[in-house]
Design a protein. Sequence first.
Length: 308
Amino acid sequence: MKMINVTRGPQNVPAIILGCMRMPALSVKDAAGVIQNAVDLGVNFFDNATCYDKGHAEERFGDAFVQTGIRREDVIIQSKCGICPERGEFDWSKENILSSAEDSLRRMRLDYMDVLLLHRPDLLFEPEEVAEAFDELEKSGKVRWFGVSNVPPMQFELLKKYVRQPLVFDQVQFSLEQSQLIDQTLYMNNLTTERSIDRDNGLLDYCRLNEVTIQAWSPLQYGFFKGCFVDSPEFPELNAVLAEIADKYGVSKTAIAIAWILRHPAKIQAIAGTMNPEHLKDICSAAEVTLTRHEWYRLYLASGKFLP
Ligand SMILES: NC(=O)c1ccc[n+]([C@@H]2O[C@H](COP(=O)([O-])OP(=O)(O)OC[C@H]3O[C@@H](n4cnc5c(N)ncnc54)[C@H](OP(=O)(O)O)[C@@H]3O)[C@@H](O)[C@H]2O)c1
């Protein structure tokens, strides 16, 4: 497994994370098998959220994790708070951050979380309240590191004015097909394509400048959860190039799609959502592949982009 060190955050963590959003579909026994398989492959970092299936993803993970017998200190467990679908709102108030964190710990049967992320920007957020909540969670030993998800640079700065702890992760959508994180730089100032639109205020460069590790969610999905682009007839050119490069390295097309993310010098982590142990094994072979610059560009262009 390719390992990375998160500056001011956890050291020696895997470049591939297992996302638990789809875990409620499994029995506790199967979920335990998925967790054990992940750890055996070197994927000892798990992502969850309070809102995934109304807390059932955290609950299933917690019930399954105790069955594995894996030592708590041998894994990194991350969850996210702030999305409240039952109330139809996002909420970064101190009260909600604290109660969500308590709920997450209870559901996952944990004394502490390694990482807590604010899931999506609450339009009414007050950074002073976030700061107070993070202080309490840190002081009580319930959370070790903090970060955000889907948060643009200026909100990051606003948080940083008050929050004392380093914010070490930003989790955003990024894949060969959903590549808006990098597109805007390539097409900068170009009136002929929508890809030139800066949709996140330069988040990628901001994260690199401020030593924030990006976690790429849905690395294999196209659109907003429309399905996996690998083997999809909607992407013939991309699949042809994936197949050719996969053949060269003796891995699958899926592994090459993940290797494309890992090749970026920003040292991005990819959050795999598969609940199939064979698929995860396949994805992990991405960590053994370092794409050449030419292969990286070929894949990017085959996913429907052009060089200006
Ligand atoms: N921060 C956010 O806003 C946000 C939003 C969404 C997701 N997330 C996080 O990101 C994680 C991953 O998201 P995702 O599940 O959409 O990611 P994904 O890895 O892009 O998609 C996984 C899905 O693709 C399927 N798939 C089909 N063919 C596959 C193949 N050959 N190899 C691997 N998978 C294949 C998987 O099915 P099988 O299980 O059958 O393999 C699974 O249903 C989530 O679990 C969550 O932790 C975060």
